[in-house]
Design a protein. Structure first.
Length: 279
């Protein structure tokens, strides 16, 4: 097994079948996940049962509230775009589940059907985003907390993101669950529970404001942090191939699914793993 760091973010792990990881290999994979924030595998041959078994080695599975589920495996959420649809799922920088009091640890995404071209996913390191901030900004955000919400993305309001894009019908649902989900606060800078490193923990999709700041001051600070985090030097563009698997950590990365394959079908299977409170 070989672990190779990638430019910007993440690492690729080769020479291993993740269906049959030894204890030593599993330990190395877990360490690479903590260190790099996202790890990639190629040439895997996972059934749905294999996918579930791999995820469960890392923790309990989170049953997604908003995505269309696999008809036989409720643990698997379908990240799907049909040929005739224009809007994809995850088409902007974000980190999953930051709207939960205990945000999901991460997700294991398996490629099932890919377009001939396009459909890459960007991943950005929030370790690097924090570490490359100037010292004045680090001092400014130390101790701050931010509010995260699901309502404006998944809720029933007419202007929520997915409701405003009508061709997402059937793929995203359960608006009532988002409507009653309490907004939560998390530190703007967290100490990662696995690696012990500091990471920037705000994101453009689910972070609504800085706690205790007025709207203008909150927007100004968040826009400054987002602009810094979006630096291409902090990111890696992953090109999917048949047999590709990505396993990302929601606490230390952002991701963005490219929507550049209109007229072709793209189907991915996603399993999300439960996390813990962040400090």
């Amino acid at each position: 097994m070989q672990i190779t760091s990638l430019p910007g973010a993440g690492a690729e792990i080769t020479g291993v079948d993740i269906r049959a990881l030894t204890a030593l290999q599993f330990s190395a994979v877990k360490q690479a996940y903590a260190d790099h924030g996202v790890i990639f595998f190629r040439d895997q041959s996972l059934t749905e049962d294999d996918h579930i078994a791999f995820a469960r080695r890392f923790g309990p599975i989170n049953i997604n509230r908003f995505f269309l589920a696999h008809e036989r495996y409720p643990e698997i959420a379908l990240v799907l775009k049909e040929k005739e649809q224009k809007t994809n799922i995850g088409g902007g920088w974000h980190t999953d589940h930051s709207y939960d009091a205990e945000p999901a640890m991460g997700s294991v995404l398996v490629a099932r059907q890919l377009p001939d071209e396009g459909g890459d996913t960007w991943f950005a390191s929030m370790y690097t985003a924090y570490e490359t901030l100037d010292e004045a900004t680090k001092e400014e955000i130390a101790g701050l907390r931010a509010i995260h919400s699901a309502k404006h993305i998944f809720g029933s309001q007419t202007d929520n993101f997915y409701k405003a894009n009508e061709d997402t019908g059937g793929r995203i649902g359960n608006t009532a669950a988002a409507d009653v989900l309490e907004d939560v606060t998390h530190p703007v800078v967290i100490t990662h529970p696995l690696s012990g490193r500091k990471a920037l923990y705000v994101n453009p999709a689910f972070t609504t404001r800085i706690d205790g700041y007025d709207a203008e001051a909150s927007s100004a600070l968040l826009m400054r942090l987002y602009a810094h985090a979006m630096n291409p030097d902090h990111a890696h563009r992953f090109k999917w191939q048949p047999g590709s698997v990505a396993f990302w950590d929601n606490r230390s990365t952002w991701h963005w699914a490219m929507n550049d394959y209109h007229g072709e079908r793209r189907l991915m299977h996603r399993i999300t793993i439960e996390g813990c409170a962040l400090n």
